[in-house]
Design a protein around this ligand. Structure first.
Ligand code: BGP
Length: 489
């Protein structure tokens, strides 16, 4: 069987990792603008004030702000049906709490959507892909303050009204579950705009893994974000009943490392926390029955959840479920297990899998497993994979060509897994690969970790002329889309 006729093939990006122009046309600072780069062995660092002498990867990123026409034309050449992108909140409300939106920021996205329409590409827009305005972190402690719910809704309403006829598919928060993953402070900061005062005022660089965290604040801010997301769904439908509003989860496939029942129980526990906790709230409109165990294991009193909030959550369930999937990991109670990395998380290394150069274990069967798990758990909710891909270093040959068979192999195996799921009846509506054009890594801030079909001449030392070129995978993905996923050779 082929993929459905109207399957949303495409690619996904985030404003902060792509656009650059970080202070242009009235844009304010947002969280990623405050972060310096790291690498596979060294975490990214934070400084409360911009150091003009340092290299900040997101400040110029790959300069899509000035190349968007060329880039969208290249996506169209590959046959994209869908382009997942985010609006940078700080382009629209530079400080997050400004009385009026920034017209120039709104115009930029008008132009982007015009280009998409011109090429018949359906935009899928994330309202918040880590781009919380920095002022909201400093002044309100991110989503820890309920005032931020109102600020987010005001921003969302501005976007919904302005782009009512341009955009049908929206996601509220990217990877809303990252604060629950073992990612150190990066999850709290990216996901919730949450940072302890001492760290905000620090006079030296702090590795993101060393940011101080308080589980009570994390859980309360996350709850506030759930409320913001649910209110956003209601608001969206009141503005345009045809809008489709989704959640977005960093889906982790978690296996027990051994058949020791203690490992099986440990993996079930981790799976519930990381995968099901947030999505049950957003899809079913209520906390799962075992939520009290999660709160008590963190020593958190959940009395901040009010009856009114519970009603809001019930009324604001999402229309579709989206997720990122890159790799899987194992859980064990055995202390001697080797530890490996993954998307914003860590876990035990699976001896049956190979890993990328960044240590992310490659597991296409895990994608099939995730799709089946989701289909079982939320049988009536359409699913969409909105991120999947291989971060790898590419080599430009003397003639300018870029041969990336490793990327093609990775994507082929994952598309085959999707195909099996679709054959089994899983209601999968689309697939957008991560970073169809090279961009800044969220985890490490590197440019050398490339995901693209399109190569960008931009490097970690700040050199490069931003020129774009097609890798071998460009032609391959074009063929995949043209054949509706049948020709994967
Ligand atoms: C997800 C994020 C993306 C993206 C991706 C790849 O967590 O939603 O923003 O960056 O992971 O991760 P990385 O950039 O660290 O390779």
């Amino acid at each position: 069987m082929a993929f459905p006729e109207n399957f949303l093939w495409g690619g996904a990006v985030a404003a902060n990792q792509l656009e650059g122009a970080y202070l242009e046309d009235g844009k304010g600072l947002s969280v990623p603008d405050m972060l310096l780069g790291g690498n596979v062995n060294t975490p990214r660092t934070f400084l409360p004030k911009i150091d003009e002498t340092a290299f900040y990867p997101s400040h110029d990123a790959v300069d899509y702000y000035h190349h968007y026409k060329e880039d969208i034309a290249l996506f169209a050449e590959m046959g994209f049906k869908c382009f997942r992108m985010s609006i940078n909140w700080a382009r629209i409300y530079p400080n997050g709490d400004d009385p009026e939106p920034n017209e120039k920021g709104l115009q930029f996205y008008d132009n982007v959507f015009d280009e998409c329409r011109k090429h018949n590409i359906e935009p899928l827009v994330t309202l918040c892909h880590y781009e919380i305005p920095w002022n909201i972190v400093v002044k309100y402690n991110g989503f820890y303050d309920r005032k931020t719910i109102d600020l987010f809704l005001k921003y969302a309403e501005t976007c919904f009204r302005r782009y009512k006829d341009e955009v049908k598919y929206w996601l509220t928060f990217n990877e809303i579950n990252i604060p629950l993953m073992s990612a150190g402070g990066i999850g709290d900061l990216y996901g919730l705009g949450l940072m302890e005062k001492g760290d905000i005022e620090s006079d030296h660089r702090i590795p993101l893994t060393e940011l101080k965290r308080d589980p009570k604040k994390t859980m309360e801010a996350l709850h506030n974000e759930f409320v913001a997301s649910a209110l956003c769904v209601k608001l969206a439908h009141s503005i345009n009943p045809d809008f489709m509003i989704g959640n977005m989860i960093a889906r982790q496939v978690i296996y027990p490392l051994t058949s020791d029942p203690k490992d099986v129980l440990a993996s079930q526990k981790e799976n519930r926390l990381i995968n099901d906790f947030c999505s049950d709230v957003q899809v079913r409109g209520e906390y799962p029955s075992w939520a009290h165990e999660v709160f008590s294991s963190m020593n958190v009193d959940p009395s901040f959840i009010t009856e009114e909030d519970r009603k809001i959550l019930k009324e604001g369930t999402v229309d579709f479920y989206t997720f990122s999937y890159y790799s899987s990991h194992c859980t064990t109670t055995h202390k001697d297990a080797e530890e490996g990395a993954g998307n914003m998380t860590r876990g035990a290394v699976n001896p049956y899998l190979k890993a990328s150069a960044w240590g992310w274990q490659i597991d296409p069967d895990g994608m099939l497993y995730a799709l089946e798990q989701l289909n079982d758990r939320y049988p009536h909710v359409p699913l969409m994979i909105v991120e999947n891909g291989l971060g790898a270093q590419d080599k430009v040959e003397e003639d300018g060509s870029i041969h990336d068979p490793y990327r093609i192999d990775y994507l082929r195996a994952h598309i085959e897994a999707m195909q099996k799921a679709v054959d089994e009846g899983v209601n999968l509506i689309g697939y957008t690969t991560w970073g169809p054009i090279d961009l800044v890594s969220a985890g490490t801030g590197e440019l050398r970790k490339r995901y693209g079909f399109i190569y960008v001449d931009r490097h970690d030392d700040g050199t490069g002329d931003y020129s774009r070129s097609r890798k071998d995978s460009f032609c391959w993905y074009k063929k995949v889309i043209a054949s509706k996923g049948e020709d994967l050779a």
